[in-house]
Design a binder for this molecule. Structure first.
Ligand code: FES
Ligand SMILES: [Fe+2]
Length: 434
């Protein structure tokens, strides 16, 4: 049996419980979810001050590759330059305001606006204006080139920040790279990329993934694969996590299932174990999986040397403020991203992406198309569909005059922590944040 001590100490994800901050027990005002005024405050003081994921690095691998991303009222254009650097620009032509690119992604040697053919190079510099002599005021390049925003990368994503005085990305991320670099997200391949327009505030959706209190109610099937009770919650400076034991059963069931539940049998099969030959108890499946995965890693072409045993079965579930939820497993990671609507606090865009570890010797899967769908148009799988169906009703309920705010339990305290960070931005507290 390979022990946890074999994990490289220098790069391991800390599993220790973080000290608990005192976040109080106040009601969280519902206006933060429903009010246009609060939405505008969020835009001015938070969304335009934080680092946000723009796209995957491998969506724009070559010079001239470009991608667009929308956040609130803005569209951003991310471009790979001849020097290999990714740069992010406001996606707006400084002639009459047309968007420089309409498509989700593309490749071009220059960035030419389709309206009157003003042309910018890959560094955003205005390089050609048809009939330039016709502009009596001239066309000064320093004023009319594309407006660039702060750009950096981590985890295989291009990040941008609309604040010209932004703190460095690494400072914003804090403990995140130390915790998550052992998973090597940058080497993972994107296999699913779907955006759903949803009828709820962006936080209504974020909250649904920051607590397991609802699992017993909305996702009864998960009781046969998740321990939703023994969940370690860690609240850090801005970001937080919980560690959810997977490939086991919920203590809420009362007693250990006698037969291996189908969902766990499938998990055994997925790594090459034969569930029909498994003779142990259901409660021992999680450990058996850990041992098997550790021992078979070479045969399976994967390297778990930077992950501890629990990471081979469990969901190390991280929330990177304000809008990234990472369901992190040893072989795959599912990322949720919520983006605010431009004008309606009761709407948002919900991005679901799946990233997989590619075993050595196996071909990297092709980049999937980015699907944009209306709510309910496409299934995201049973569990995410169960969450999605519920959320517009939560949003509608929060708009009722009878509802005051969120009455939060201890097991839901990641929600309270997210609000603490949010209000630090809104109130202007916290050095380097606003
Ligand atoms: S608006 Fe872009 S060239 Fe006129
Ligand atoms: Fe859920």
């Amino acid at each position: 049996m390979v022990a946890i001590s074999r994990v490289k100490e220098s790069v391991r994800t800390p599993a220790e419980k973080a000290p608990e901050p005192n976040l109080g027990s106040e009601v969280i005002p519902k206006q933060r979810y429903t009010s246009t005024d609060f939405m505008n405050l969020e835009w001015e003081r938070m969304w335009t001050k934080v680092w946000l994921v723009g796209c995957r690095e491998d969506e724009i691998p070559e010079p001239g590759d470009n991608a667009t991303t929308e956040i609130g009222t803005e569209s951003l254009l991310i471009v790979r330059g001849e020097d290999g650097r990714a740069r992010t620009f406001y996606n707006v032509c400084n002639h009459r305001g047309n968007q420089v690119k309409f498509d989700q992604c593309g490749n071009s040697r220059t960035l030419q606006c389709a309206y009157h053919f003003w042309e910018y190079d890959l560094t955003g510099k205005l390089i050609n204006v048809p009939d330039e002599e016709d502009f009596a005021q001239g066309c000064p390049r320093d004023k009319l080139s594309l407006k660039q925003v702060e750009t950096d990368s981590w985890g295989g994503w291009v990040w941008f920040n609309l604040n010209p005085d932004a703190e460095p990305l690494r400072d914003f991320l804090g403990m995140i790279p130390q915790h998550l670099d052992p998973y090597h997200f940058a080497d993972m391949a994107l296999t699913m990329n779907v955006t759903v327009e949803s009828d709820c505030n962006w936080k209504t959706s974020v909250d649904a993934f920051n607590e397991v209190y609802h699992v017993q109610c909305i996702h009864p099937e998960l009781s046969y694969t998740i321990d939703d009770v023994d969940v370690q919650i860690d609240l850090y400076d801005r970001h937080n996590r919980y560690l959810v034991p997977y490939h086991t059963y919920s203590p809420r069931l009362g007693e250990e299932p006698y037969e291996v539940p189908e969902i766990l049998a499938n998990a055994l099969q997925a790594v090459g174990m034969n569930p029909d030959q498994y003779t142990g108890r259901v409660t021992e499946i999680r450990r058996a999986l850990q041992v098997y995965k550790r021992e078979s890693q070479q045969k399976r072409g994967v390297d778990y040397s930077e992950l501890n045993d629990d990471q081979l079965t469990d969901n190390y579930h991280y929330f990177i403020f304000p809008n990234l939820t990472l369901n992190t497993f040893s072989d795959r990671m599912m990322l949720f991203r919520q983006r605010p609507h431009a004008s309606d606090p009761n709407k948002m865009y919900y991005d679901v992406t799946v990233h997989v570890r590619v075993p050595k010797g196996q071909k990297r899967p092709p980049m999937p198309d980015h699907e944009h769908v209306a709510f309910g148009q496409r299934s995201l799988g049973l569990v995410l569909d169960q969450d999605a169906v519920n959320l517009p009703h939560v949003q509608k309920g929060m708009n009722s005059s009878a509802f005051e705010g969120l009455w939060i339990s201890s097991q839901e305290r990641r929600i309270r922590h997210m609000h603490k960070t949010l209000m630090d931005y809104i109130d202007g507290e916290g050095a380097g944040r606003v």
